[in-house]
Write a protein that binds this ligand. Structure first.
Ligand SMILES: Nc1nc2c(ncn2[C@@H]2O[C@H](COP(=O)(O)OP(=O)(O)OP(=O)(O)O)[C@@H](O)[C@H]2O)c(=O)[nH]1
Ligand SMILES: [Mg+2]
Length: 541
């Protein structure tokens, strides 16, 4: 029998340092995210492993645990071959742990770490048990609380645990409590049923069967049951040969740490949830962008864009005499600090409480959609990552709208300048006509005689110029206004489209990237846990 076969299902890691590194990475990724107690336990395992490995794996620390009077000290003496441990009828007898070391390699630093002061160097000419450090530990069930605490401390730090019990106490609740607890850590090796000299053969068989049944109920069905009598020496040779097999590979320390790492990683895995890959669906991004557009002031802005366009068009293409009047009214875009050539902060309306609530709800919906298959704490973590700064999100939404408006406002349509030139020409013609008519009137007034005036058909040229110019100017302004209406709607549409497209990148930068980052963290965590040897609870893996 070797450590491999005795340990309850825990694989002995050929690459324990590698697995511990993955566990360390998993701890970094879990800290502050998963249950603090579970993370702390994993940290403890990591610290313990690095401490224990500093002393090498030559020594195998085997702790004998059990109820008071079950015969741990007697068993220690039987294995050592002399009375090194105090045994007694008065309970409890052993109050501090005794360590018995086999072999020549110095175990003092290891025993210092284990805080064991009572030490005995076994002189055994055979090297069979070389490296064994056998611990006779205080009981776990006496009235002395410090005994129980010492036993728990040793159980946590020993490489291997051997439970010693007897025909009277094998069914005690305390024993089975510790068996179930410690077996999780892969640390239970064997249960030794002591004092079999007090039993008949039939009683021994019945006892063994009953003990096996109880171990199965504890979830330790594969634990080895040994029978012995410390005082008569019955079964001690077999027990020693089991110990020889256990220590000869010098890998018990690795086995225990490996098992602890598996437990720590598996506990984190249970908290982290299934190792499924999650990512943000395309439709989540689009839905969010659409919601941000709907919640934004884009509608108000595009109305101002259309108005501003119509006004600028009229300014350029209107009848020169009346267009100045428009200048008196404030420009709808300049009022928002969005006019052509504007830069820097805008004066767009602050988001209303309703629109803020809508943006927050949209972000929450996106976060929830991205984590719908994940257990807590991920939905909360992802939500918190996505809504850290709604003010920045609002600024980004306004910024993207402002950019689209300013970009589009940069260039005036070319037809405006064409019409302006025509309007100028027509206006000058009208002025010439008027001036001419005034000159004619003045000539009449001062009786300068008839000045010949050219005519186009029945209409004198100055009249044609003055009236035709005024009429044409007005007509051009009306027709240009019609075109400007079409242009204004198109400009508003373009701005709406630009802003909507830009909103996808706002959604990505301010909401989806932080969500994605948290999902990547989770993926890295589950990968690290898998590499650390985690086993996911049934149905989650
Ligand atoms: N008949 C019989 N008595 C035993 C055997 N082993 C131990 N005893 C007796 O059981 C009593 C308790 O033995 P200990 O070895 O002191 O028991 P312990 O588990 O160390 O007890 P604590 O130190 O109090 O935890 C002593 O009187 C022993 O002589 C055995 O195999 N057969
Ligand atoms: Mg004792």
């Amino acid at each position: 029998m070797s450590a491999r076969t005795l340990l309850t299902g825990a694989p002995i890691g050929a690459d324990l340092p590698g697995r511990l590194q993955h566990l360390e990475r998993a701890i970094e990724l879990s800290d502050g995210r998963l249950d603090g107690e579970v993370v702390d336990y994993a940290k403890h395992v990591l610290t313990k492993a690095s401490d224990r490995l500093r002393f090498g794996t030559h020594h195998s620390v085997v702790a004998m645990l059990g109820a008071t009077g079950s015969g741990k000290s007697s068993m220690t003496n039987a294995i050592v071959g002399s009375d090194v441990a105090t045994t007694g009828v008065r309970r409890p007898t052993t109050s501090s742990t005794l360590a018995c070391t086999w072999g020549t390699m110095d175990s003092s630093r290891l025993l210092d770490w284990l805080e064991i002061k009572n030490r005995h160097q076994v002189s055994d000419p055979s090297a069979d048990l070389d490296g064994l450090v056998l611990l006779d530990v205080p009981d776990h069930d006496s009235v002395r609380v410090e005994h129980r605490l010492e036993m728990e401390r040793i159980a946590e730090h020993a490489d291997l645990l051997m439970f010693v019990t007897d025909p009277e106490k094998y069914a005690d609740a305390a024993l089975h409590h510790y068996l179930a607890l410690l077996t999780r850590h892969g640390a239970v090796t064997a249960v030794v049923l002591n004092k079999v000299d007090t039993l008949t053969n039939e009683q021994l068989q019945a006892c063994r069967t009953d003990l096996a049944r109880l171990l199965l109920a504890d979830g330790v069905g594969n634990a080895t049951i040994l029978t012995a009598s410390a005082t008569t020496g019955l079964g001690i040779a077999e027990l020693k040969s089991v110990l020889v097999d256990l220590v000869k590979e010098h890998e018990l320390a690795l086995a225990r740490l490996d098992a602890d790492a598996t437990v720590a990683a598996s506990d984190l895995a249970a908290e982290a949830g299934p190792p499924v890959k999650t990512s943000i669906d395309k439709h989540i991004a689009q839905d969010l962008a659409d919601e941000l557009v709907d919640a934004s002031s884009l509608e108000t802005i595009t109305e101002a864009v259309a108005k501003g366009y119509r006004r600028d068009a009229a300014q350029s293409t209107g009848w020169p005499l009346t267009k100045w009047a428009r200048k008196l009214r404030p420009h709808p875009l300049r009022r928002l600090h969005l006019g052509s050539g504007s830069t820097g902060p805008t004066s767009m309306p602050a988001p209303s409480p309703a629109s803020s609530a809508r943006v927050s709800a949209a972000v929450r919906t996106a976060a929830d959609a991205a984590t719908e298959d994940l257990p807590e704490p991920w939905p909360t973590l992802v939500r918190n990552a996505a809504i850290p700064n709604t003010a920045a999100l609002h600024d980004a939404i306004d910024g993207s709208i402002a950019r689209s408006v300013r970009e589009r406002a940069k260039n005036s349509p070319r037809w405006w300048s064409g019409i302006r030139a025509v309007q100028g020409f027509v206006f000058v013609a009208m002025l010439v006509g008027i001036a001419w008519l005034v000159a004619l009137a003045a000539a009449g007034f001062f009786a300068l005689g008839d000045i010949p005036t050219p005519e186009i058909g029945p209409v004198p040229v100055p009249t044609a110029l003055a009236l035709g110019g005024a009429l044409l100017g007005w007509l051009i302004a009306v027709i240009a206004g019609r075109f400007a209406n079409v242009g204004a709607s198109r400009r508003a549409r373009q701005v709406r489209k630009d802003a909507s497209d830009a909103m996808v990148s706002v959604a990505r930068t301010h909401v989806l990237d932080p969500i994605e980052e948290e999902l990547v963290n989770r993926r890295q965590l589950t990968d690290a846990l898998r590499d650390a040897g985690a086993r996911w609870p049934e149905g989650l893996a």
